[in-house]
Design a protein around this ligand. Structure first.
Ligand SMILES: NC(=O)c1ccc[n+]([C@@H]2O[C@H](COP(=O)([O-])OP(=O)(O)OC[C@H]3O[C@@H](n4cnc5c(N)ncnc54)[C@H](O)[C@@H]3O)[C@@H](O)[C@H]2O)c1
Length: 345
């Protein structure tokens, strides 16, 4: 089978990892080119990965005939236009979350991909983590009975650099909590009907000026009656802490761990071990599995496991949470979605 030619757009924290994976760990892919508005960053990565082609824009990258698919890891506010650029050029797309910043934007992205008959997959990589995938399988097999409570936390050790916020990737519920919202729908097998969100900026004073939250807590009510609570924190200081629990009528599942290596030290001061430091460490396998699956989906014409519709639903919950936090009241997700569409039209 011929290899799939891949281009990566945006070579910051996330794009670099996708490019590294495409370059040497996905046997059915060939990394052809990278692009970044910071041309020096694109050149550096191309040199590091020993590939020939680096560009300063997606437009140049998608002109290449040997690029069959594009991984979009630019700041979130560019996702929609980059999906449109790639689709117009007939390239298949793996786009980082969120697919767009508005529901209309998601719909436009979906329409662009449909119109061009290209595959559009979205980067909710936690679904490719072996522990989360196993949890989902067991829930689907009925092992925990009826899901009753969903709890999930996502704490970064350190906040992303200010440039991350300034470039338009930042809002907490759309950037970070959206992972918990996707997990919630996927693991409970139901839609979130209502949210009540709270947030603050207490740990990172530098975010106050930018109007960004560093902590958020969202209560969830699912359509079928299950309930939930999710938390995002930009700065835990102690480590990258991802923990999810699904309580069912027959059993409970927990996904998450803090210890990175198997070394535990027991001494006069107590018991100690290292901690998982970063999402690129905790989800290394998930990012790779995700890219392998994307490449295989394109080559075999299969539908993506994480669809654009999943991205739409997760974004609708995130927008409802942002509205709820802003207005200080519970918000129904469908109501928020409709309001959003009305406001944009
Ligand atoms: N799935 C995950 O776990 C995960 C983790 C981190 C980030 N992300 C997502 O990945 C995206 C990038 O985040 P990041 O942390 O890598 O950010 P980053 O700031 O480290 O990198 C973004 C890169 O995009 C480049 N860029 C800016 N505008 C561009 C444009 N118009 N065209 C091409 N390149 C452009 C910047 O120069 C920079 O190199 C965001 O959408 C974010 O939500 C996902």
């Amino acid at each position: 089978m011929a290899k799939l030619g891949v281009g990566v757009v945006g070579v910051g924290r996330m794009g670099r990892r996708h490019a590294e994976n495409a370059r040497s760990l996905v046997s059915e892919a060939k990394l052809v080119a990278v692009a970044d508005v910071d041309i020096e960053a694109a050149r550096r990565l191309a040199a590091d990965l020993e590939i020939e082609h680096s560009y300063s824009s997606i437009e140049e990258l998608v002109e290449r005939k040997d690029v069959d698919a594009v991984v979009i890891a630019s700041p979130s506010r560019f996702h929609l236009s980059h999906v449109q650029n790639a689709a117009e050029a007939g390239k298949h797309i793996l786009c980082e979350k969120p697919l767009a910043l508005t529901i209309d934007g998601v719909d436009d992205a979906i329409a662009a991909a449909r119109g061009a008959k290209v595959l559009l997959q979205v980067g909710f990589m936690r679904r490719y983590d072996p522990a989360y995938a196993e949890a989902c399988k067991r829930i689907e097999a009925g092992e925990i009975g009826t899901p009753i409570i969903f709890r999930s936390i996502g704490r970064d050790r350190q906040p992303p650099p200010l440039s991350f916020y300034q470039s338009g990737s930042g809002p907490l519920f759309l950037d970070s909590t959206i992972h918990e919202f996707d997990l919630a729908r996927w693991l409970i097998h139901d839609e979130v009907a209502e949210v009540h969100a709270f947030g603050g900026t207490l740990a990172c004073p530098e975010l106050v000026e930018l109007g960004e939250l560093d902590a958020g807590m969202v209560n969830l009510r699912f359509s079928g009656g299950a309930i939930g609570n999710v938390e995002s924190l930009r700065q835990s200081r102690y480590g990258y802490d991802i923990y999810t629990e699904v309580v069912g009528s027959k059993a409970t599942l927990r996904v998450g761990y803090l210890q990175q290596t198997a070394l535990t030290i027991l001494n006069g001061e107590g018991v100690g071990h290292d901690v998982v430091d970063h999402f690129l460490v905790r989800f290394a396998e998930a990012y790779l599995n995700q890219l392998r699956d994307f490449v295989r989906n394109v080559l075999t014409g299969s539908q993506p496991r994480v669809s654009a519709e999943d991205a739409r639903q997760a974004l609708a919950i995130a927008l409802a949470a942002a509205r709820s936090q802003h207005d200080g009241r519970a918000v129904r997700v469908s109501e928020e979605t409709r309001a959003e569409i009305r406001a944009a039209s």
